[in-house]
Ligand binder design. Structure first.
Ligand code: 2DT
Length: 212
């Protein structure tokens, strides 16, 4: 008999909402509850494609906008076999950003629509849960300055937020909006509760395909 599969859980959100911290805390808590769990992040800067993306984000190189969008997508596709393998082995994956960041960031640039941006990611492993860590621009500003990487400006981030809002209207996905102004521990408990529910639900279901 096939074992129970793991769940694909994505954390998305604006800059400084605490995604990375919450991903780490979630993996630790799941493991403590006896659930095999691992963290991944996109972009994964360790692959060859990831290195091209990293150099672009650090503004060391310039890439044409469509080209970099396709590289971000390719970076997910190159890891899709591993994602499926882990899920099938019963490992729950907690992922810091996924295709939603891909669409939200590129479509925030002039001349890009959501549909074009979504296309290259159609068919990727479909998340069982997408947690969106919501933070107002004012609250984000209190948490310190933007970094120096590409996209880290308040105007661009606001447009990105609008794009995320559009993506969240998609009823084919299990979006859950989390209030990231809450204390770190309260937010963690809420994320853990949502994740445990998604894991229980995913166990008996096949892995589906995103946006298909
Ligand atoms: P961090 O490594 O700090 O999360 O920043 N991005 C990300 C895209 O433009 N497209 C994508 O597909 C993904 C996954 C968001 C990475 C930056 O890259 C942006 C912020």
């Amino acid at each position: 008999m096939m074992g129970r599969r793991g769940a694909l859980i994505i954390l998305e959100g604006v800059d400084r909402a605490g995604k990375t911290t919450q991903c780490k805390k979630l993996v630790q808590a799941l493991q403590k509850n006896g659930r095999p769990a691992e963290m991944m992040r996109f972009p994964d800067r360790t692959t060859m494609i990831g290195q091209m993306i990293s150099s672009y984000l650090e503004k060391k190189t310039n890439l044409e906008d469509h080209t970099v969008h396709l590289l971000f997508s390719a970076n997910r596709w190159e890891l899709a076999p591993l994602i499926k393998k882990k899920l099938q082995q019963g490992v729950t994956l907690v992922v810091d950003r996924y295709a939603f960041s891909g669409v939200a960031f590129t479509s925030a640039k002039p001349g890009f629509c959501l549909e074009w941006c979504r296309n290259p990611d159609v068919g990727l492993p479909k998340p069982d849960l997408v947690l969106f860590l919501q933070l107002s621009p004012a609250e984000a500003a209190k948490r310190g300055q933007f970094g120096v990487e590409r996209y880290e400006t308040s105007d661009f981030q606001q447009t990105v937020q609008h794009r995320f809002n559009q993506l969240m209207k998609d009823p084919s996905l299990n979006w859950q909006v989390m209030d990231a102004t809450k204390g770190m521990e309260d937010l963690h408990q809420e994320i853990l509760r949502q994740s445990e529910a998604a894991i229980a639900e995913a166990e008996s279901q096949p892995i589906k395909e995103l946006w298909k």
